[in-house]
Write a new protein. Structure first.
Length: 401
């Protein structure tokens, strides 16, 4: 009987110590709120995942040779800021099972309008699966949902709003560090950034913040593809064409700006009827980009009012806000590659060269800006070859660091 009592007391003591440790870890968290393991992948499973893309590129075998670790994938919630207030955001983090020090890779995803397709809600999405699998090559991989998705669905997604998007990516990196520490894993001082389309725009804005506002992270390399870096050029491009096949891009942007800069933006003066009434309800988290396109018009003159189409889109107040949310020049201190599909009609190739010019304006001697034209690739098809090339580049620099 005495033995049983002793065992029970020891068990209760162990539980109390464990609870105290958990409470202490929670108290020490700066950004991390919580995390839960949602999946694990073996080396073989990661190899099988990468094999899916072997039909698209012979370079896949070069990537497969880097797969060395089993991985754990977590859904993460963390604190960030939105319009100056603290909110809880979410995302995915993938951690390799190794005691070695590894770098962090942050992937910024493309335009999404569906709650159900946020990374943390759709971890089996082929793109998100592919990116989390990169952890098997020796990276801690972080993918933020962005505000307005995942746990923060109750707020409006700040589409192409720099100051409301960037903090969510930065704070995800801090949350990743905290998870790695709690899992008794180790990261080194190198950070890799990669993003496509909206994610490319977010990636470069994140890079600027990291190189100008904090010295906590050291960015090793950045890869950005198909991004709308200069929003004035983007709007001019759309307005200069009779047809634009993806009107949900510009409708998303102008709807967001109406919600945030409503003293200067009015949907009734921008979009013709009935689109002026339709647009707000289309961006409710339950309509895909294709569904939104079908409810709008690909004919530019039919979509916009005469006054906006002929004159108002060039007004200084609109250009001011587009400039505010476009990428800027700063003293760049790292290497960046810009990618763009040669056949991209959604976001013009000119955008890449304008970004190159902007980034080179104030770059330092230890920086580099390279451009890669992906021949024969459209906006959608360019993402895969861009990611493959970028990961090969990252891997080569990782071994040389």
């Amino acid at each position: 009987m005495k033995t049983k009592v002793t065992i029970i007391l020891l068990f209760l003591l162990a539980v109390l110590i464990s609870c105290k440790k958990d409470n202490q870890e929670s108290a020490n968290r700066l950004k991390l709120v919580d995390y839960k393991k949602i999946d694990s992948k073996s080396i073989q499973q990661s190899s099988d995942m990468i094999n899916i893309f072997s039909l698209y590129s012979s370079k896949i075998n070069d990537i497969k040779s880097e797969i060395k670790y089993n991985i754990d994938i977590y859904k993460v919630t963390y604190k960030t800021t939105y319009h100056g207030k603290t909110i809880t955001a979410s995302g995915l983090i993938s951690v390799p099972q190794t005691d070695e020090e590894v770098p962090v890779l942050s992937f910024q995803n493309f335009t999404n309008t569906l709650y159900s397709e946020a990374p943390s809600k759709s971890p089996n999405n082929i793109v998100y699966q592919s990116m989390t699998t990169i952890a098997s090559m020796g990276y801690v991989v972080a993918i933020a949902d962005y505000p307005g998705f995942g746990t923060s669905e109750y707020i409006k997604h700040p589409y192409m709003l720099k100051n409301e998007t960037t903090p969510s990516v930065i704070d995800m990196l801090y949350a990743a560090e905290e998870i790695v520490k709690e899992q008794k894993k180790h990261i080194n001082n190198n950070l890799y950034l990669i993003g496509y389309s909206q994610g490319a725009w977010a990636t470069i804005n994140t890079l600027q913040y990291l190189e100008t506002q904090t010295d906590h992270f050291k960015v090793k390399c950045t890869a950005a593809g198909g991004g709308p870096y200069n929003l004035n050029i983007m709007l001019d491009y759309i307005m200069s064409n009779n047809e634009y096949s993806e009107p949900y891009y510009i409708a998303n942007l102008l709807n967001t700006y109406t919600n945030n800069y409503n003293h200067n933006f009015n949907l009734n003066t921008i979009f013709r009827s009935p689109y002026n009434r339709k647009v707000p309800s289309l961006f409710d988290g339950y309509h895909s980009g294709n569904q939104i396109n079908r409810d709008l018009s690909t004919n530019v003159k039919s979509l916009f009012t005469d006054s906006f189409y002929k004159k108002n889109y060039k007004d200084s107040y609109i250009k001011k806000y587009l400039t505010r949310n476009s990428i800027e020049d700063w003293e760049l201190h790292s290497a960046i590659k810009l990618y763009h599909g040669a056949e991209d009609i959604n976001i013009p190739l000119k955008m890449m060269f304008d970004a190159e010019h902007t980034l080179k304006k104030s770059s330092s001697d230890n920086s580099s800006v390279a451009t890669v034209i992906l021949e024969g690739e459209s906006h959608n098809s360019a993402m895969l070859p861009m990611i493959i090339d970028a990961i090969l580049w990252f891997n080569s620099t990782k071994h040389n660091s």
